[in-house]
Design a protein around this ligand. Structure first.
Ligand code: LLP
Length: 410
């Protein structure tokens, strides 16, 4: 289901024609559909929520916009955070502290302390020493920190190397072979309430098989811990499900994912946590941009748009594909390179792409930018942080102001 569709020849977000937003707010602008967010959140929790006690923690890194987090809080989601900034965003958006899980390989003492003081529901430990430090911080406050141990199952998720996290050479988690002994030592620390294990093997996964392999390794670990007399009550299965960016791109369905999880975790007798990011927010956003020039090129012409790699870094970083579509197509096509104004050749959204024919001044969108779009924005080339707009039915509101690079600069 798409919440971005052409009506009378003009692309709309829900019931709002995109030229109206361009007119009122300017371009480039990130546009979110509230209905798309609600739909994805409900679809995910319905597909995975069969086991009582299951918790859904939206990966804030995918889209930390306060309006987005508020909407997801109302849909029953907590937050998966990786920094003190994300902690503050999640709390400011009305997420309950106990619904917040803290992932991340480099939590500072300050961040651990702030999260303890807030009373968050789970710390995912990345190394034994972190457990010792957290235990001491918690003991000094007369509390016990709720923790799980993140394991690295050494599974190749089959995704882009830069977003793969579950191979032994990656920086994340502790080697699964070392987990039982470490778990035993951590369980004896007074300031920790050790509840279980966590894993996350990568993002934009196209195949359930590596996930299933990783989950089975965790299931074996849970059995091993229990055989050693250690109680395990929680397992955090991370995020990572892929979404289609290109037409016809095949990704696992939520129903198949839910069925796999049900099959693999049957008999684990634990409360499950999920940390979905992209699958919730990705398809709920587009980046609306205006064509500045159509510039002749040695091969194909360059469509130079007013959005750039500072608004959407994914193509430059991961060679990611984002569909390009004219807001008011004329029914003609062209083959072109699509690039932004930033002064490096990496600021390219597409090469030799068959697209709607566009001219100077036309509006167009890059699709599927709701996750890791605005979230990764920068002011590179002294460009502004682009505004963000939330559409809901026939209404829209600015939920992120354009931020002036000169004001932001030192
Ligand atoms: N949990 C943990 C511990 C993670 O590290 C991540 C993502 C997630 C959950 C959410 O994963 P998702 O469901 O969104 O795949 N900037 C990259 C993606 C980086 C993902 C990092 N970790 C991109 O634009 O593709």
């Amino acid at each position: 289901m798409s919440f971005f569709h052409h009506r009378d020849g003009v692309l709309h977000a829900e019931d709002v024609p995109l030229p109206a937003i361009a007119e009122a707010v300017g371009t480039p602008v990130h546009i979110y559909s509230a209905a798309a967010l609600r739909h994805a959140a409900d679809a995910f929790s319905s597909a995975l929520g069969a086991i009582p006690g299951t918790r859904f923690a939206f990966a804030v890194k995918a889209n930390p916009n306060t309006a987005v987090l508020r909407l997801l809080a109302r849909a029953g989601y907590g937050a998966d955070i990786v920094s003190g900034g994300e902690l503050r965003r999640a709390l400011a958006a009305g997420m309950r502290a106990k619904d917040i899980v803290f992932s991340g390989v480099g939590k500072t003492d300050r961040e651990l302390t702030d999260a303890l003081d807030a009373g968050i529901g789970q710390f995912s430990l990345e190394l034994e020493e972190e457990g010792q430090v957290l235990s001491a911080l918690a003991s000094a406050r007369n509390v016990r920190a709720p923790v799980v141990l993140r394991v690295n199952p050494d599974v190749d998720a089959g995704t882009h190397a830069k977003i793969s996290t579950g191979r032994r050479e990656n920086k994340f988690g502790v080697a699964i072979a070392e987990a039982p002994a470490m778990y035993g030592r951590l369980a004896r620390l007074a300031g920790l309430d050790l509840r279980g294990v966590a894993l996350h093997i990568g993002s934009q996964l196209h195949d359930l098989a590596p996930l299933e392999r990783a989950y089975r390794r965790v299931g074996a670990l849970v059995a091993e811990l229990r055989a050693a007399g250690i109680a395990v009550t929680q397992v955090d299965l991370g995020g990572g499900l892929g979404i289609p960016y290109a037409a016809g791109e095949i990704v696992p369905s939520l129903v198949d994912y839910g069925a796999m999880v049900g099959r693999v975790t049957a008999g684990w007798d634990v409360a499950l946590t999920f940390e979905p990011g992209r699958v919730i927010a990705g398809a709920a956003g587009v980046l609306l941009t205006r064509v500045i020039w159509v510039k002749p090129g040695a091969g194909h012409p360059f469509v130079i748009v007013d959005a750039a790699m500072n608004d959407l870094a994914r193509p430059a970083l991961y060679d990611a594909f984002h569909r390009f579509e004219a807001v008011a197509p004329r029914g003609e096509r062209m083959v072109a390179n699509i690039a932004g104004p930033v002064c490096e050749s990496g600021d390219t959204f597409a090469v030799a792409r068959d697209i709607d024919r566009v001219r100077r001044g036309d509006l167009a969108v890059l699709h599927t930018t709701g996750a890791y779009g605005a979230a990764m924005a920068s002011t590179y080339n002294c460009r502004p942080i682009s505004p963000q707009v939330m559409v809901d039915g026939g209404d829209y509101a600015i939920v992120g102001e354009r931020r002036d690079p000169v004001e932001l600069a030192a």
